[in-house]
Design a protein around this ligand. Structure first.
Ligand SMILES: CC(C)(COP(=O)(O)OP(=O)(O)OC[C@H]1O[C@@H](n2cnc3c(N)ncnc32)[C@H](O)[C@@H]1OP(=O)(O)O)[C@@H](O)C(=O)NCCC(=O)NCCS
Length: 218
């Protein structure tokens, strides 16, 4: 499913439960040693997806340990992203020569809990949400907004190593094309000096899930 919103140079793998093989390397095991079983399971299946995606690029299985801010540490020359939500886990990876950064997010296709929208939406997003909800039923557009913003953060962080708040990006969604854009409301400079004005992403709603994916070209 996730491949549908990723370009061909990105390899991906997904799972809908934690039933598959999901052995961890010792360094990964240590990262979740004190976590509750649910967290250990999603972490392990996320790693299994990541290694399956790396294998599609012809790369061997390696530990993918979380860095100090939670971002997965990919092998040299590779970037990637991991997501998990109830009933879904996925990872996407690419060679840094093709893709500078990736951001994936998955959420259940249901309305956000009370109070969350006020914390994550900027004024212009609050303006288009009711219009889209009226025009295109069947999609929890508030959840899709949240999902898009989380994928923005996951694509942003490896490029900058900095925090980005929900109020620092404005999302616009194209409901027909299955795309979205994120305009950065604060100037963004990547570690390599490139200026970041925003991100282009794709979204998919199917089988009770909202998926978003951002691929930043090299
Ligand atoms: C980090 C965050 C985006 C994760 O999203 P989530 O919906 O809670 O959880 P998901 O299951 O989809 O993703 C979790 C995965 O994100 C990845 N991740 C965590 N921190 C990350 C970071 N700083 N950069 C990139 N990826 C990160 C990890 O792979 C993690 O899974 P793992 O710990 O099993 O490896 C979220 O918890 C967060 O902190 N959001 C606040 C920042 C934000 O979204 N700003 C909006 C900007 S417009």
């Amino acid at each position: 499913m996730i491949e549908e919103i990723l370009p061909p140079e990105v390899a991906a793998a997904e799972a809908f439960d934690d039933a598959g093989p999901r052995a961890l390397f010792p360094a990964e095991e240590a990262a979740v040693a004190r976590a509750v079983p649910k967290r250990r399971s999603e972490f392990a299946t996320g790693r299994a997806c990541a290694r399956a995606a790396l294998a599609k690029l012809g790369l061997p299985p390696v530990p993918i340990v979380p860095g100090p801010h939670g971002a997965p540490q990919w092998p040299p020359g590779v970037t990637g992203s991991i997501t998990h939500c109830a009933g879904y886990r996925a990872s996407a990876v690419a060679h840094l020569s093709d893709v500078a950064s990736l951001g994936l997010d998955a959420e259940p296709n249901g309305a956000l809990p009370d109070g969350v929208l006020d914390r994550i939406a900027v004024a212009r997003e609050r303006a288009w949400l009711p219009e889209l909800a009226a025009a295109v039923p069947g999609v929890s557009w508030d959840r899709l907004l949240f999902c898009a913003k989380e994928s923005v953060y996951k694509a942003w962080f490896p490029l900058t190593r900095r925090w980005l708040g929900f109020e620092q990006a404005a999302i616009t969604v194209d409901p027909q094309a299955g795309t979205f854009t994120a305009e950065l409301l604060a100037p963004g400079e990547a570690l390599d000096g490139r200026r970041l004005a925003g991100f282009d992403g794709r979204w998919l709603v199917r089988d009770g899930l909202v998926l978003t994916a951002i691929t930043v070209p090299a």
